[in-house]
Design a protein around this ligand. Structure first.
Ligand code: HSE
Length: 351
C-alpha cells in the first residue's frame, strides 16, 4: 500500500522521522509492503509547499540543513498556512509535530481537528492536544472513520502507549507510575554527582533534552501532561493537566540528595495515577525510592513506566523518552500500525 503524508512541523521531530523514512525505505517496502510519499511539508520557519506528485525528502533535509526555505527550492503550491495546507493537500495522513502548548493545545489542536474533520488520519507527537482533548479528538476521529495515533506523546519511541493499549489489552490496570521526564531525571542524577541544580539544568538544555521553556520540566508540567495521557487511556478518565497534584524539583537541594543517598535512597520525580473509589487521581511529586528498586536504577535522561495489572502483576518498561530519532521511531511505528489496519480492512471488505 502507498500512504501519502503531509508533515506539519519540520523541526527536530519532523526531520528525525524523515531521516528514518529515507534510511528504511526498502525495509518498509519489503517487510510491510508500505510505500510512503511525502506530498507536503509545512513549517513556520522553513515555509510550506504542497506537491501531490511527492517531494524529494532527501533534498528537503538538505535544504533545511543549509538554512534555506523550502518554498524557494521546490515546485508546488506554496506559502499556505497549516489549515489551508491540510485542505489543499491530497494526503491520507497528516503528521502533526509542532511544539507543545499545555494551556490551549494550539496550534496543534486546530491542525488535528482540521485534518480529522477532512477525513485524514492523524499521527502526532504533540502532547498538548492529547493531554487536553483526547476524548473530543478520539470521538471526532471515530465519527469520521479515521485513525488518531499518538504513541510518541509519552516516552517517544519507547512504546509506553502501545504497551498499554495493545500489549495489555483486556487487563484491568489499577495504577500507572513512571519517570516520564528526562530533563528532571538528568538533573537529579547529575546533582548526585555533585553538580548544582543550575549547572545540571544548563547541561540538560545544551544537550537538547529540556523544553523550550524549561519550567515545563522543572515544575513538572511535562510529566503531568504525560501521566494524564496514560491515565485517560488506562482508566477511561477525562483528567486534564491542571487536575494533577504537581510539585517539581525546584526546591530540591544538594543536601536533600546526599542525605537520601546516605540512607540508600534516591530522589526521583515520579508521576502516578490510580483509581480511588469512583475517581481517578494523579500526581507528580519528588519521591524517595530505594537505590536498588526499579525506579531507583533509572538514571540520566532515561524514562520508565510501571503498569499495575490484575492478570500480569506489575509490568515494567524502560527506555529513551526524547529526541528526534526516538520521536521519529514513534511516528514510524504508528504509520506501520495504520498501514496494517488499512490492509486488514481491505481484506475484510473484499471477502
Ligand atoms: N522535555 C521532555 C523531557 C522532552 O525532558 O522528557 C520529551 O517529552
Amino acid at each position: 500500500m502507498e500512504l501519502k503524508l503531509a508533515l506539519i512541523g519540520f523541526g527536530v521531530v519532523g526531520r528525525g522521522f524523515t531521516g528514518i523514512l529515507i534510511r528504511k525505505r526498502d525495509y518498509l517496502l519489503s517487510k510491510y509492503n508500505l510505500r510512503v510519499r511525502v506530498v507536503g511539508i509545512c513549517d513556520l520557519k522553513y515555509g510550506s509547499v504542497v506537491n501531490s506528485e511527492g517531494l524529494d525528502i532527501i533534498k528537503a533535509l538538505e535544504v533545511v540543513r543549509s538554512g534555506k526555505s523550502l518554498e524557494k527550492e521546490f515546485d508546488g503550491v506554496k506559502g499556505l498556512g497549516a489549515v489551508e495546507f491540510i485542505d489543499v493537500s491530497n494526503a491520507d495522513v497528516v503528521v502533526e509535530a509542532t511544539w507543545t502548548n499545555l494551556e490551549t493545545g494550539e496550534p496543534g489542536l486546530t491542525h488535528i481537528k482540521k485534518a480529522l474533520s477532512s477525513g485524514k488520519h492523524v499521527i502526532t507527537t504533540n502532547k498538548g492536544p492529547i493531554a487536553l482533548a483526547y476524548r473530543e479528538l478520539s470521538s471526532l476521529a471515530r465519527s469520521k472513520g479515521v485513525k488518531l495515533l499518538f504513541s510518541g506523546t509519552v516516552m517517544s519511541g519507547t512504546p509506553s502507549i502501545r504497551t498499554l493499549i495493545r500489549g495489555l489489552a483486556g487487563c484491568y490496570v489499577s495504577e500507572v507510575a513512571g519517570i516520564l521526564n528526562g530533563t528532571t531525571n538528568y538533573i537529579l542524577t547529575k546533582m548526585e554527582e555533585g553538580l548544582t541544580f543550575n549547572e545540571a539544568l544548563r547541561d540538560a538544555q545544551m544537550k537538547g533534552y529540556a523544553e523550550a521553556d524549561p519550567t515545563m520540566d522543572i515544575d513538572a508540567w511535562d510529566p503531568a501532561a504525560k501521566i494524564v495521557i496514560l491515565a485517560n487511556i488506562a482508566f477511561d478518565s477525562d483528567l486534564k493537566p491542571k487536575d494533577v497534584i504537581r510539585k517539581g524539583i525546584r526546591d530540591i537541594k544538594l543536601d536533600n540528595i546526599k542525605d537520601a543517598l546516605r540512607r540508600g535512597k534516591r530522589i526521583k520525580l515520579i508521576a502516578r495515577a490510580w483509581v480511588d473509589g469512583n475517581t481517578v487521581k494523579a500526581k507528580v511529586t519528588p519521591e524517595e525510592v530505594d537505590i536498588n528498586s526499579f525506579f531507583g536504577q533509572v538514571t540520566g535522561t532515561v524514562n520508565a513506566v510501571m503498569y499495575r495489572t490484575d492478570s500480569l502483576g506489575d509490568v515494567y518498561l524502560i527506555g529513551r523518552g526524547a529526541g528526534g530519532e526516538e520521536a521519529g521511531q514513534a511516528i514510524l511505528a504508528d504509520l506501520i500500525e495504520l498501514n496494517s489496519i488499512l490492509e486488514e480492512s481491505k481484506l475484510l471488505t473484499s471477502r
